[in-house]
Ligand binder design. Structure first.
Ligand code: MN
Length: 249
């Protein structure tokens, strides 16, 4: 079963339909949320889907307006295995809040560590080194998955030293630089994602089943058959599910 490890399911116009389609197509989805309040509502609506887990998040783009929801996130960390979307964003318009972003991200990592470790899906746009520095302070936060990683070669080496995971989507295979980046990632630390509905290819919004599009390209990069590439990804997913205590999704 292929998994979309980073999808904003609750942000599609008709997301229950997207969830149903994913179930029919045999796709498991980690539905990330951008605020703890959204997590509550989304979880209620998707509770009955065996192929979906909803991660509780506090997106770095929203910390300025939603910092007060941090206690809500912290109050549910103990009862859930998946955290995200969290992280830092150093884009010009968000850099002015980087101090607050770091404070919140550090507190979340600390909560995860105290709770025995969680699976985290992490945003690091234009702030990779800072994200990794925070993770380095909390090595026992769990399994950090860097989503849509766009760091430099040396940042990738730093991430590998911290044993980070990477979730990659079809968008990352559109440029030679992106392909080069994916080929430098450790094969046994790669997962798939769409980042839908933000993730698009040729102006088409990706839905969870689009993760299958990259299997062939991964096979080419690794010089193995698509079947073996799929097996590799399935093994990687198993490691995540095992850590999260999920049996036979
Ligand atoms: Mn995202």
């Amino acid at each position: 079963m292929m998994a979309d490890m980073h999808c904003h399911l609750d942000l599609y116009p008709d997301y229950v339909r997207v969830a149903q389609d994913a179930r029919t197509q045999g796709i498991w989805v980690l539905a990330v949320t951008t605020t703890p309040k959204a997590w509550h509502g989304t979880r209620e609506r998707l509770n009955s889907f065996p192929n979906i887990q909803v991660a509780v998040g506090l997106h770095p783009e929203l910390v300025q307006s939603r910092a007060h929801e941090l206690p809500l996130l912290e109050s549910v960390v103990g009862g859930t295995a998946f955290i995200g979307e969290v992280g830092l964003d150093g884009s010009p318009e968000l850099r002015k809040h980087i101090g607050l972003q770091q404070k919140i991200f550090r507190q979340i990592l600390c909560s995860c560590e105290r709770a025995g470790g969680k699976v985290l899906t992490i945003h690091s746009r234009r702030a990779v080194t800072e994200v990794l520095a925070c993770i380095e302070e909390r090595r026992d936060c769990g399994l950090p998955i860097l989503h849509w990683f766009t760091g430099s070669k040396s940042e990738l080496e730093f991430a590998k030293r911290l044993d980070c995971w990477f979730s990659v989507g079809p968008q990352m295979f559109l440029t030679p630089v992106g392909i080069q980046r994916v080929s430098s990632m450790p094969r046994d630390r790669i997962l798939l994602e769409t980042d839908g509905p933000f993730g698009k290819v040729n102006d088409q919004v990706l839905t969870p089943a689009a993760v299958q599009q990259v299997i062939g390209m991964l096979g080419e990069i690794w010089r193995i058959s698509p079947e073996d590439a799929q097996l590799q990804i399935e093994n990687n997913q198993q490691a995540i599910w095992r850590f999260a205590g999920i049996k036979n999704p």
